[in-house]
Write a protein that binds this ligand. Sequence first.
Ligand SMILES: O=C(O)CCC(=O)C(=O)O
Length: 322
Amino acid sequence: MAPTSVSPPPLRPPKANTQKYKVALCQLLVSSDKEENIARARSRIEAAADAGAMLIVMPEIWSCPYSMETLPSYAEDIDGGESPSISMLSEVAAARKITIVGGSIPEKASGKVFNTCCVIGPDGQILAKHRKLHLFEIDIPGDIKLNESDTFTGGQEPTVVDTDVGRIGIGICHDIRFPELAMLYRSRGAHLICYPSAFNMSTGELLWDLMQKSRAVDNQLFVATCSPARDPNAKSEYMIWGHSSLIGPFGEVLAAAGHEEATVIGEIDLSMIQSIRENLPLEMQSRGDLYRFVDVQRQRETASNGARGVESEYVLVNDTVL
Ligand SMILES: O=C(O)CCC(=O)C(=O)O
């Protein structure tokens, strides 16, 4: 049977008249001193802007250590305008006329704590706020045990944001494990998905690289990740993997850090997406006559964090669920 022909999703053009731009990943060393972290982040961002980056991506939890016990004490009220970390990002974005995907910080709101990424435009305004959707819950005896939901509340909305450099989808770390989120972002015209992250030594070595490339290749778009640097002297049991990267739509590594503190800069060329989608038209080849990604709109309640959401499933067409 001939494959069903579907039109590829439109790629949202950047507001600025640019097909190519530089993106910087600031892999920061994080200490328990918030002021020091903010100052360090500021100078890294300024240096990246001086080097020509139009988009800066910051790590997951860069204003304080990634420790479930201490995170709430560092939480900031972003909506209440009491957030020194986000104020710094806004000031630098406006001063340098750049876009910043602001990693994440612990955010306090309505008596809860969220793991939140702000995207800031060149006028210093917050363009979008993404609260980590999939909280990291893992228990591998003798290796790693972590329950983010003891500390954080999960977000409720995927985030696609129009910026000066084009349409970007946002996920935070464990969000990268859910291919449906990336598919959604592609279908909404994102050319890039940014995942501020803080992968660990246990899952990082095996899966970090693989998952970034998978999300990029499946969706034929760019993926940028940014992690804190590994601190071998950190007291926390949670050792950071590092290796922030920029991956192209063919799965190619365009820039990558090691595990130390570093800023790496890569180039995004939007025409690469057009070419790969023309050369290898996956969207046209997909067998929508056999299977489809449908939103069955079932409410679910997750046991771990109480977050309510809508469950989507791959179903066979003619499946009774339809
Ligand atoms: O999914 C994983 O293996 C790691 C996720 C993680 O480190 C996080 O969400 O903070």
